[in-house]
Design a protein around this ligand. Structure first.
Ligand code: GRF
Length: 214
């Protein structure tokens, strides 16, 4: 990241679905609580709610699907060029249901975040996404669940955590009630994690994300 100490953090947000996490991040930015700007929203689905959200907030959006490219390299080069075009400081994955090309992950090492709807390293990894995660938590009989914002590395859900928060799992929970309880805290901890980056108070020491004044 170039040294632009007081400049708003330039965020590229990726989503595949409704985009409620992006909406929450935008709410905190627009309230002046985070020194950041969502410079683009990138979706792999043209009908994603997040595309509509971009329109409502006058944010340029891009529908980028690997199916539009002759090979994976062309796809990943295009994604990188879009991110560079917006001078992206931080990539924020918010319900983006595809693996980001490895070249993009490497280019944004330490500057790409994801949110997972459980307390990693439990209930993470390939196949554990969306409501499957909450079903797995209920099937296991866990008494707590939660959400994790983590740095993205080259595997599924294995990068170091930036923020985590717990919620109770109740005896009468369904996938839907647990999902709603977890989503509520996702909307708190994702803006919080982004604020740490915007305030430039994060350093990464191996697996430890150190937050100054924490
Ligand atoms: C969230 O539950 C998030 O944890 C997961 O995908 C979902 C996205 O929801 N990665 P939304 O599109 O932000 O509403």
């Amino acid at each position: 990241m170039a040294d632009k100490t007081n400049a708003p953090l330039r965020i590229a947000a990726f989503a595949s679905g409704r985009g409620s996490n992006i909406a929450s991040i935008l709410k905190h930015i627009e309230a002046g609580e985070i020194n950041a700007k969502v410079v683009t929203i990138i979706c792999n689905k043209s009908k994603a709610g997040a595309m509509e959200l971009a329109k409502q907030h006058n944010i340029p959006s891009h529908h980028i699907s690997h199916t539009h490219f002759e090979d994976f390299k062309a796809f990943s080069d295009h994604m990188l060029s879009v991110l560079e075009q917006y001078e992206t400081d931080l990539v924020v994955l918010a319900g983006y249901m595809r693996k980001v090309p490895i070249e993009v992950v490497r280019a944004y090492k330490g500057r790409m975040l994801n949110i997972h709807p459980a307390l990693l390293p439990s209930f993470g990894g390939q196949g554990l996404y969306g409501k499957n995660v909450h079903q797995a938590v209920l099937d296991y009989g866990a008494k707590v669940s939660g959400a994790t914002v983590h740095i993205v590395d080259e595997e599924y859900d294995t990068g170091p955590p930036v923020c985590q928060k717990c919620v109770p799992v109740k005896c009468d929970d369904t996938v839907e009630t647990l999902h709603q309880r977890v989503l509520k805290i996702e909307h708190e901890i994702y803006p919080q994690a982004i604020k740490y980056f915007a305030d430039r108070c994060i350093t990464i020491d191996g697996r430890k994300v150190v937050i100054k004044d924490d």
